[in-house]
Write a protein that binds this ligand. Sequence first.
Ligand code: GLN
Length: 530
Amino acid sequence: MKYIFVTGGVVSSLGKGLAAASLGTLLEHRGLRVTLQKLDPYLNVDPGTMNPLQHGEVYVLADGAETDLDLGHYERFTKCTLTRENNLTSGQVYETVLSNERRGDYLGKTVQVIPHITDEIKRRIRSFEQVGNADILITEIGGTTGDIEGLPFLEAIRQFILQVGHENAILLHVTLVPYIKAAGELKTKPTQQSVAKLREIGLQPEVLICRTEKPLEPEVREKLSLYCNVPLDAVIEARDVDNSIYEFPLMLQEEGLDEKVCKLLRLETASADMSVWKKTVRSMIHPSRRITIAVVGKYVELQDAYKSIYESLCHAGGANDCGVDLQIVDAEEIEAEGAEKHLTGVAGILVPGGFGDRGTEGKIAAARFAREHGIPYFGICLGMQIATIEFARNVCGLEGANSTEFDPKTAHPVIALLDEQKEVTSKGGSMRLGSWPAVLKPNSKAHKIYAHTEIAERHRHRYEFNNAYRDILEKRGMVISGTSPDEALVEIIELKDHPWFVAVQFHPEFLSKPESPHPLFREFIRASMG
Ligand code: GLN
């Protein structure tokens, strides 16, 4: 197996994850089998308990692992299906080492960061060799060089590269080359300093991926090469993409990144044929028409909080030759100013997942607006629960209907805690998580959209549709078009007398890719165009 490590320098948010994913795409298109891993230096065992406003969305894997959003990039850009092994945090490393210690595995020894923590990190990197389904592992290290908490990971990588040899493992450093307007120049010093930081601890990057607003002129490239001790052809320009993140692999290919990486790792393959990818990207960035979709949520300040949903809408637009402009609406503003003000004129309304009662009344108003005005509505997880509450209150006359998550004493708990959740007290990793099957009702909208009767989708929830209300809601025109195979859990609802009103308890956004958009997103956009 060959190993590629990806670190970042100068500042965070440089798109390290995208760079790793893009390299993964290119290597796959050269016929190699790739898997990707993220090492996160924070102490949380996983990001499942973090606020999306701080950390961005929690990306859920098929096996139920709650992971960093970069794993979403990895799955969207490549063919790999990741597992919980693909996201390692310091919290997990310490948890393992400490439980080994309690078991007596290190009897007589002092347990230390070096070698015990670093050995565990190396073991987790190595573990992919046994799985045997990839030729190359790309490992991205979260954070920025110079962070104290990242040091054990970097030390582990230094040892790892030494042990497997430079022809089997290389280091790519993603860095920023800022443009200083007043001087009219690109500045290489921050990159020199962050590479110096790596060299201090015995790491020398083989390749520099330079994020920049302006083209890297030859003299800038030479400076970077000479002072960072990296050959000239390993200085890769990564200009800000204008239109779509899916252009990133194409840009890196033009710079020769995959060629260089293969040479360093002594991999002989044909060059990557990116023609299909190019076509997909082109259809995303040059659509014949555009529509506006409102996303009504509460984590609206941060672009990353609904990352997979935004990406899925973009894929679906590409498939329909239609650009999707997002109108991100703060549900609390709907509460304050009414739905008309914020939603009039939009082509479709999407209510994504969420937790806690802030903004829920605004989301309920948005679902009502969509239902009453015949605007396509797509509810995801909380968005399905919201649509159920709205229908119960305003169509079935169940006054005060609510979820027990928001009002534990509601007279009509149309959404209530899952049975299996009633005894659960700890918050981490304890929801209904991961891929679960569902069965679709023949001839329902969902059935036609999927063109299958059995599906599997990823979940992340504690509350569910309360079966005691199924009859009442169905009598008034709600269709329960998807359930768990034993029919105990409602998975999909839709409305009879509405052009397109579909809401799902799961998260279809985790299965959409640019070249194969998720059918629900694809049809939601198609309906919104019509
Ligand atoms: N808060 C809701 C629940 O726990 C919805 C979760 C979600 O949207 N991911 O069931």
